[in-house]
Design a protein around this ligand. Structure first.
Ligand code: PLP
Ligand code: COI
Length: 341
């Protein structure tokens, strides 16, 4: 298969239309057989549930070209399970988890010419999503839904790539106790837009959200979980019912413990202790592991000893091991890699 003529090394994290996308429709209480289609546009009623009351959920994962030239994805079964959780929380029908994985595989296969080559630094981002389609005017769940998967080649989420970023403690809250912070619903991102625009306008790359109940504990950013490294090389990540259970973060914690022999802790992380950590990183499908060099809390700066030039040594090891597993340079734990072709 011939690859598309794309400047892989220089693409950013943006949308580029690819050839095929997967669509399945839910009507009269059941899903149809689904199909790959050409049209990237969607026509729907003006009163569709998604347009009026934001009944939409999504997932994000990537396809990689491995060192030996195969195309693989990373733990798509966990995305399927998380999407099922998101669907239940928003009163949407679950798209069967095995079918989710099949749809991802089919869509990537159909767009194989867009999977960036090994070593290019780019990957194929895969976006499964589902939304309420039929007219809904009283506040209630839709009866008809569409599940879709599209793909788009992407480069690094943060412009500098592996260069440490500066983040600020947000004055806005991302998720309420007992709310929807733990699911991947569009509404969580809609309400973060003002916060991210404000952070950018103030010269910051991202927001650090604190828990909205007490504003004393670290939660996550708008699109990634936190990992911290203590001065004695322990990996610490916030435990919270109101953050998204990142697949990347769960994988990093496993890799830290089982591949690198590091001690790991998932627990409450108080903002007051952030100044004592040696390294800080953001982790997620889009972010991979992005080092944080500085956290600014209303003018007060916390500068991690790892500095603003490069990743800290432990973050670097985690990054190399995780991406090594994803790109086939390091043997993966069983069932982490789904080979597509
Ligand atoms: N937290 C939020 C709010 C996200 O949007 C994402 C992205 O998916 C993550 C964390 C990272 O999750 P994952 O590693 O599963 O991509
Ligand atoms: C991801 O990492 O897949 C995300 O969804 C983060 C962001 C692009 C919303």
């Amino acid at each position: 298969m011939e690859k598309k003529n794309i400047d892989w090394e220089n693409i950013g994290f943006g949308y580029m239309e690819t050839d095929k996308r997967y669509v399945a429709n839910y009507k009269d209480g059941k899903w149809d057989g689904g199909a790959l289609i050409d049209d990237a546009n969607i026509t729907m009623n003006e009163c569709a549930g998604v347009l009026q009351y934001a009944q939409t959920i999504f997932e994000g994962l990537k396809a990689y070209t491995t060192e030996d030239g195969r195309i693989v994805t990373f733990r798509p079964d966990l995305n399927a399970a998380r999407m099922a959780d998101s669907a239940k929380r928003l009163e949407m029908p679950v798209f069967p988890e095995e079918r989710f994985v099949e749809a991802v595989v089919e869509t990537v296969k159909a767009n194989a010419a867009y999977v960036p080559p090994y070593g290019s630094g780019a990957t194929l981002y895969i976006r499964p999503y589902m939304f309420g389609m039929n007219p809904v005017i009283g506040v209630k769940p839709a009866d008809e839904y569409q599940f879709r998967v599209f793909t788009t080649p992407v480069g690094p989420y943060f412009k500098g790539g592996a260069k440490p970023i500066t983040i600020c403690v947000s004055d806005f809250d991302r998720a309420a106790p007992h709310g929807t912070g733990h699911i991947k619903a569009g509404l969580n991102y809609a309400m973060s837009l003002h916060a991210i625009v404000t952070a950018h306008a103030n010269g910051f790359d991202e927001n650090m959200y604190l828990d909205s109940a007490t504003r004393t504990k670290v939660e996550e950013t708008g699109g990634a979980n936190f990992i911290f490294v203590t001065k004695d090389n322990k990996i610490v990540t916030p435990h919270s019912e109101t953050i998204l259970p990142s697949i990347t973060r769960r994988s990093i914690m496993y890799v830290a413990e089982h591949y690198l022999g590091l001690e790991v802790e998932e627990r409450d992380v108080y903002f007051d202790e952030v100044k004592d950590f040696a390294e800080c990183g953001l982790c997620g499908t889009a972010a991979v592991i992005s080092p944080v060099g500085k956290v600014v809390d209303h003018g007060e700066e916390i500068c991690f000893p790892s500095g603003m030039e490069k990743m800290g040594p432990v973050t670097q090891k985690l990054y190399e091991t995780l991406t090594g597993i994803q790109m086939g340079r390091i043997k993966a734990p069983e069932d982490w890699i789904k080979v597509i072709g």
